[in-house]
Design a protein around this ligand. Structure first.
Ligand code: HEM
Ligand code: HEM
Length: 188
């Protein structure tokens, strides 16, 4: 189920336009995850450059925010099972396929990222204490054999996620600035 927005605020739209929006829960979850990812991703990259005295804080905040993303994504996927996305905009089949593929891959990598990061830190022998307050159960314990593989998965996936995000923003710009259609209003 989705709701509609009439006449998005623009002086350039004198006629009545109806936009089929994502459900409220999907819209809120989209922006919560976007904000968390936009904070977590650069923090992850900065860990490698941070001075020794502060790097533990970078680890803690990065890992805690990243772990939060996992749970919000699980809620988001659960929500998606109950509230359908609005019908796709009128567009050539190839564009609709590209949008569905990028959205699907974003979902996938937003699960791969926190799971690989979480398992990697546990495998290296540093179980997560969420924001320094809540010790999180370690499902694998210290497992040096697989620690670097998990770290590599986390590192490579980070760049794939960045590439997907670039495609996503490229699509937003194409719709909003070039085509000047209503796509952006579907999610706000
Ligand atoms: C969606 C969630 C996450 C995103 C987007 C993310 C992103 C990143 C990025 C961009 C890097 C730097 C990669 C590089 O240097 O090439 C990184 C490193 C790292 N992340 Fe994450 N991460 C997430 C979740 C987590 C979680 C949940 C944990 C652990 C509980 C974690 C632990 C780490 C660690 C230990 C590093 C390595 C830092 C180093 O020693 O260089 N990450 N992450
Ligand atoms: C920061 C600026 C962002 C803007 C302006 C933006 C804009 C949009 C728009 C307009 C849609 C609807 C597309 C459609 O109806 O076809 C959408 C959906 C989506 N966005 Fe974003 N987005 C942003 C950030 C992000 C980030 C950081 C992520 C994840 C890394 C993300 C993941 C998604 C996903 C997975 C969907 C599909 C909706 C769903 O099925 O839940 N977005 N976004």
């Amino acid at each position: 189920m989705s709701d509609t927005l009439q006449n998005p605020p623009s002086k350039a739209t004198p006629m009545l336009i109806t936009v089929e929006r994502y459900h409220g829960a999907a819209r809120i979850l989209h922006w919560i995850v976007a904000a968390l990812v936009l904070a977590t991703w650069p923090l992850g990259l900065m860990i490698g450059f941070a001075k020794k005295e502060v790097s533990l804080n970078f680890y803690l905040v990065h890992e805690s925010l990243g772990f939060l993303i996992l749970w919000v994504m699980l809620v988001r996927i659960g929500t998606k099972l109950f509230v359908a996305a609005p019908a796709a905009e009128e567009a050539p089949a190839i564009e609709r396929f590209a949008a569905a593929a990028v959205h699907g891959l974003l979902y996938l990598f937003l699960i791969i990222m926190p799971v690989s990061g979480f398992l990697a830190t546990n495998a290296h022998g540093f179980p997560l204490v969420w924001f320094g307050l809540l010790p999180v159960w370690s499902p694998i314990g210290k497992t040096p054999d697989i620690a670097w593989t998990l770290s590599a998965i986390h590192g490579y996936s980070a760049w794939i996620l960045l590439g997907l995000f670039a495609l996503h923003i490229g699509a937003v710009v194409m719709h909003h600035v070039i085509k000047r259609d209503q796509t952006l209003y579907r999610i706000i």
